[in-house]
Ligand binder design. Structure first.
Ligand code: NAG
Ligand code: CU
Length: 247
């Protein structure tokens, strides 16, 4: 799995066998506060394969993710929300790595205000970033290492100052083990359908970016040789996390 990209043409021909490749992963469960919502509101991708075309519309909510599901999770502005990644669809075990071995990279969380979370396709929205963890040079820890250390979970705060209503929450991990070559970065994302209760009225929707559009294939956080001797620090792709005053 050093360079999984090379396995994809083969995987396409052996779809039934290759649908859930070892090491690859999917964000699939969520929780609001301490309430576990399982897979209630996730737009579950059809496989655990990554998106490697950074300009593809699949970058928004993964393959097939422009289509909604029935479930909507509740959340409260100012409270926590947790997204959870696993390699296999029905293995939530903490004993299995959330994302495999060498799939090192950042974890990023975006939100987009939508009219109806069950029907929004993610393309018209403006995505604002609410959380990220790239790489800590001090202890050589990646965002994906933190996922693996936390049973696949990443907990973040829903901004306090956003208006009540429907949102898509987009959780993403980008594996960089093959990112020294253009097209080698592997993006794993899922969108969750969430209805946010907020006591801030009217609230303000933070400015955001289009996805696809926020990343380019040559961004320093996308085209990067993490094994190179010159690699010292990592630049997380996309916009900055929204201003602290929103939280
Ligand atoms: C490494 O440092 C980061 C940032 O300070 C911290 O969040 C993380 O928990 C640390 N990782 C480990 C494995 O201690
Ligand atoms: Cu891979």
């Amino acid at each position: 799995m050093k360079n999984c990209a090379a396995t994809f043409p083969l995987a396409a021909g052996l779809l039934a066998l290759a649908q859930y490749v070892a090491g690859h992963a999917t964000f699939q469960q969520s929780a609001h506060g301490s309430v576990d919502d399982g897979k209630t509101c996730v737009r579950m991708p059809p496989s655990n394969s990554p998106v490697t075309d950074i300009t593809s519309s699949d970058m928004a909510c993964n393959v097939g993710g422009s289509k909604g599901v029935a479930g909507v999770c509740e959340a409260t502005a100012g409270d926590t929300f947790t997204v959870e990644m696993h390699q296999q669809s029905n293995d939530r075990s903490c004993a299995t790595e959330a994302i495999g071995g060498n799939h090192f990279g950042p974890v990023l969380i975006y939100m987009s205000k939508v009219t109806d979370a069950t029907s929004a396709d993610g393309s018209s929205g403006s995505w604002f970033k609410v959380d990220e963890f790239g790489y800590s040079a001090d202890n050589k820890t990646w965002g994906t290492d933190l996922l693996n250390a936390n049973c696949g979970k990443r907990t973040f705060k829903i901004p306090s100052k956003i208006p009540a209503g429907d949102y898509l929450v987009r959780a993403e991990a980008i594996a960089l083990h093959a990112a020294g070559q253009k097209g080698g970065a592997q993006a794993y994302m899922s969108c969750y359908q969430v209805k946010v209760a907020s006591s801030t009225s009217p609230g303000q929707v933070p400015a955001g970016v289009k996805i696809p559009g926020a990343y380019s294939a040559t961004d320093p956080g996308i085209l990067v040789d993490i094994y190179g001797s010159s690699f010292k620090s990592y630049t997380i792709p996309g916009p900055a996390v929204i201003d602290q005053s929103f939280f």
